[in-house]
Unconditional design. Sequence first.
Length: 123
Amino acid sequence: MLPAFSDADILEWLEAAAPEDFDHLAFGVIGLAADFHVVAYSKAEAAVSGLTPARVIGRHFFASVAPCTNNYMVAQRFELEPELDVVIDYVFTLRMAPTPVRLRLLKRPTARHMYLLVEPRPT
C-alpha cells in the first residue's frame, strides 16, 4: 500500500523504496543528498514544476533547481535543523505562475537522504 502525504511513517517508506517507486505516489517527492543535490525527483513533482528528472538529478536543489525555496522557510531549515518533519503552506513562483502547495520537510540524522514532499493546494 502506498503512503499518503501525511503518513507518520512516510520517511521510513521513502528510505526503503527505490526512487522509481516515488512515481506511484499522488504527490511530488524530491530526495536530497546531504549536500542538497537532487538524488530523486518523482513524476508528480515533474508535472507540477515542468522540470524533468533528467534536468534536475545531480543539481543543487536550492541554488539551481528551485532558488525560490532558498530561504529560511525551506533551505535554511534543512541546513540548520538536525531533524525535521514539518508541513508548511508555500507558493512556488520560479518558472511558473504562482502555484500554492503544501511542503513537507523530512530530515533525520539516521536517514540516507532528506526529502521535500510537494502536494498541490487549491487556489
